[in-house]
Design a protein around this ligand. Structure first.
Ligand code: BGC
Length: 859
């Protein structure tokens, strides 16, 4: 019998035959990434995998190289559900199959209350409608390839610090209209196979045991029939979570739902055995969908593969370039055409130009199958026609850069050798010779949540040995060592960093890691200095926490390093190159240490002396183009000092290619900001109430999230939501609005407008429609709400086309708390149409009248 034969099984019959113990086992995972199989009844185990910008596979440590797509904010910036659906089907579903996974733990569609949210990069937009429509397209694409999705984190996980304990205190109306809306739209238009609950509480109760959210809203109102799974270690009870609707606890390590505890809960009548069977039934139904959707995954060898065709690479490059946003382009400095513009020399500066920055950090991170840096991409796009110089200028990293490309084995292979040692016994700190396993490792950030050698003791040691790539000059080299566990670094047998005897607790490795400890070693030209790191998975004593807790889930060690440079000299060198060049391209921004799961950012500013670098370079050369990399918004205090700014998010493997395509004009940019760029942190809607206070986060800005706040308060942001320029120009005219047709508790209104390309090159434009609810309404509403958008593609110069936008009841409804219902009021509505949410860009405006308002529930 093949595992996929379960596709044809009768679920009621299987449920009938399940023993209570089997039912209990089905309601929790096995290991990190699998569900429980019941071979006796032909029930296969299924594998799930992160998500959302690719499929990492089973292992953080020595993971299988994979395709890394642009961050979700970048996908949101395409405003292009058709393209997202194609990517879901052709890249994500296929990659899941290569990684032997049946469920993709994605998409993430929380809301960026603040760009400080550590995981802002992982969700599509600050706007619930855009977020929901892109999420629906993502889900449709992946699921049409036979792979399930687990849409997450349902709901209110809008920040990272204290995410397991924090309580999102939010009005029911804002919850419905803002935070639940992306999930609701995805459910309406795409029916995800599963929902993943958020870590946090909402209005007092953890979502994984929240009857209002799981039962009343998701199950009853939205009619969701799929499976509800927890976030990893996001279950905090046995009976509450089972009774209130959580079907599957993940992962299966350290779980609550053990045979012992659940049977005791049944005996004590805290949980009914039939409830456990109902939950198990949902897991069986999910398993069956997987068997039907992609039987080849269940019947396959279970191994993970890396593969990409030229077509895959082209699609990765295309989606990346489509998400890039041209923020500013004075005097048409871009695109760069060296021959036509007589450019002889381009200086590339900035800490991100050569760095490996491709996604945010945390569970979204993966090992890319290839990576093209911005520097490489620009050289490929322009280098044949012009001389390109480079200088880092200012350092942008938080932690020392990892050394995968700087450490070699004795045989000259990139990476180092690891020797695993058991200890004398589970309590002992003494490793025993000989090593139980010797392993080649090509990473210097090792997050060892899986893949331990067989027979390893609870406490163990890993010894890592390699050589530093010889330099061509004498220099001081600074190393940084972080460990979730304890670690020491020796260079040429000399102790350089002791992160063992005494530790400072830090935030790395999902908050299990230490602070980075640094040490400097004088490196000699031409010498391959030996590097030795000893790591043990037991934390060292710290002043704040003298306990020696074994890291049984998240041990990790990270070695980074870079040549010591005088910051002033670094800066001067870049400024000098800038002054000698015809054009400067400054590539600056954040990386996966600044934007990551586990902690929030503390500032919107760029790191270190980056802002000073941009200002100084721009002064030295007025033709300075700035390319910014960040998954969310950042402040750009020098925005007025430079003629051109290109925001490029995190773009995955094809980063440099896509940047090169846009700078050279091979691709005419059409991306639009999926979130507002404020002038300062103080302008952000949730400023002052973003963090938890005594465990509670007050969503005091209520409905006024993102651009709705800026419009409401008449605060101008630096760049508006929906903003994005093109190398051509468009003119909008002739807005027509149909008379609303109300029937069967829905409404249909069709808007159309003429779009003309008035520039000189073909271009693509996003037409956006914002609705204002009737001024006669007894309630306060955000002044403008995005309710429809469409993309006009490759319009030739001089040509016009009619763009059509459709509105339904979602465009005109608000949540009425007193009657727990959506309401469409009778009255006069305003529709404003333009190419961004900036008032000056909303050039068309019209009114439509709904004569007979109505109330509705459900979807
Ligand atoms: C994250 C989820 C992820 C899960 C599995 C959690 O830490 O919040 O988004 O899917 O881990 O890696």
């Amino acid at each position: 019998m093949a595992p996929s034969d379960f596709a044809k099984a009768s679920i009621p019959d299987v449920v009938e035959q399940l023993t209570t113990d089997e039912a209990i086992l089905l309601t929790a995972g096995v290991g990190f990434w699998h569900t429980h199989g019941v071979p006796r009844l032909g029930v296969p185990a299924i594998k799930v995998s992160d998500g959302p910008n690719g499929i990492r596979g089973n292992h953080f440590f020595m993971g299988t190289p994979a395709k890394c797509l642009p961050s979700a904010t970048a996908l949101g910036a395409t405003f292009d559900p058709t393209l997202i659906e194609e990517v879901g089907l052709k890249l994500l579903a296929e990659e899941a199959k290569l990684k032997a996974a049946s469920i993709l733990l994605a998409p993430t569609c929380n809301i960026q209350r603040s760009p400080l949210g550590g995981r802002s990069f992982e969700s599509f937009s600050e706007d619930p409608y855009l977020s929901g429509m892109i999420a629906a397209a993502y889900v449709r694409g992946v699921q049409s390839g036979g792979i399930g999705t687990a849409i997450k984190h349902f709901v209110g996980n809008d920040k990272e610090n204290d995410r397991m304990g924090s309580d999102s205190v939010v009005s029911e109306r804002a919850l419905r209209e803002v935070y639940l809306m992306p999930f609701m739209l995805a459910q309406k238009y795409a029916q995800p196979w599963s929902f993943m609950t958020a870590y946090n509480r909402v209005n007092g109760t953890h979502v994984s045991e929240n009857a209002h959210i799981l039962q009343e809203i998701l199950r009853k109102e939205w009619g969701f029939e799929g499976t509800i799974m927890s976030d990893w270690f996001g279950v905090y009870s046995i009976d509450h979570a089972l009774n209130n609707g959580l079907d599957l606890e993940m992962p299966g390590t350290n779980k609550w739902r053990t045979l012992n505890l659940v049977n005791r809960s049944i005996e004590s009548r805290k949980v009914m055995a039939r409830t456990v069977k109902e939950r198990a039934k949902k897991v069986l139904e999910l398993t069956q969908k997987c068997a039907q959707g992609a039987p080849e995954v269940l019947n396959g060898d279970g191994l993970e593969y890396t593969r990409e065709s030229d077509a895959d690479k082209a699609l990765m490059r295309h989606i990346a370039s489509q998400s890039i946003v041209l923020l500013k382009n004075d005097n048409n400095l871009l695109p760069l055409k060296p021959k036509e513009q007589g450019l002889k020399k381009i200086a590339i500066v900035g800490g991100n130009a050569k760095a490996i920055v491709l996604s945010g950090g945390g569970s979204a991170s993966l090992k890319p199958s290839y990576f093209i840096s911005p520097y490489e991409g620009i050289v490929e796009a322009l280098g044949s026609d012009v001389e390109i110089t480079y200088s880092e200028g200012a350092r942008a990293y938080m932690q020392m850069p990892t050394l995968e490309y700087d450490i070699f084995t004795n045989e000259g292979k990139r990476g180092w050798l690891g020797e695993w040692y058991t200890h004398e016994n589970d309590e002992s700190m003494t490793p025993v010779d000989p090593p139980v396993k010797t392993q080649y490792i090509d990473e210097t950030r090792l997050f060892i949540s899986t893949s331990y050698p067989e027979g390893i003791t609870k406490r163990w040691t890993l010894k890592l040995r390699g050589q530093l790539k010889p330099r061509d000059h004498d220099c001081d080299f600074e190393f940084g060592l972080i460990s979730a566990g304890r670690a020491k670094l020796y260079i040429d047998d000399k102790l350089v960093i002791d992160n063992w005897t005494r530790q400072r607790r830090g935030e790395a490795f999902f908050q299990a890691g230490s602070e980075e400890e640094r040490g400097i070693f004088p490196v000699k030209a031409g010498i391959a200095h030996s590097i030795y790191v000893e790591f043990c998975n037991v934390r060292g004593p710290a002043d704040t926490d003298p306990d020696e807790a074994v890291m049984d889930a998240n041990p990790g060690v990270r070695l980074g390093g870079a040549e010591v440079q005088d910051p002033d000299q670094l800066m001067e060198a870049a400024v000098k190159l800038a002054s000698e060049a015809d054009v400067v391209v400054a590539v600056v921004g954040l990386n996966a240490d600044w934007e990551t799961e586990g902690y929030d950012r503390t500032t919107l500013a760029l790191p270190g002396r980056t802002d000073e670098l941009v200002s100084r370079v721009a002064k030295a050369n007025p033709k300075t183009v700035v390319v910014t990399q960040a998954g969310s918004s950042i402040t750009l205090p020098w925005a007025d000092e430079v003629p051109a700014i290109v925001h490029s998010w995190y773009l995955g493997n094809a980063t440099g290619e896509a940047i090169g395509d846009v700078l050279s004009g091979k691709v005419n940019p059409s991306g639009k900001l999926s979130l507002s760029f404020p002038k300062s942190l103080e302008d952000v809607p949730s400023h002052g109430h973003f963090h938890t206070e005594h465990g509670r986060v007050h969503y005091a800005e209520d409905l006024f999230v993102g651009y709705k706040h800026y419009h409401h308060r008449k605060i101008s942001p630096l760049f508006h939501f929906g903003h994005g320029l093109s190398y051509t120009a468009f003119e909008l005219s002739d807005l027509k609005l149909s008379t609303p047709v109300v029937s069967q508790r829905d409404v249909e209104i069709v808007a159309s407008a003429t779009v003309k390309n008035t520039g000189s090159v073909p271009g693509t434009e996003v037409i956006q429609l914002y609705v204002t609810l009737p001024s006669t309404s007894p309630l306060t509403h955000p002044p403008l709400m995005l309710k429809a958008f469409t993309k006009v593609r490759d319009l030739a110069p001089g040509h016009s086309i009619s763009a059509t936008l459709k509105l339904d009841k979602y465009a005109v409804s608000y949540w009425e708390e007193r009657i727990a219902s959506w309401v469409v009021e009778s009255g006069s509505y305003v529709a404003r149409v333009g190419t961004s949410s900036a008032p000056e860009n909303l050039v068309l405006s019209g009114q439509f009248v709904i004569e007979n308002g109505f109330e509705w529930n459900g979807l």
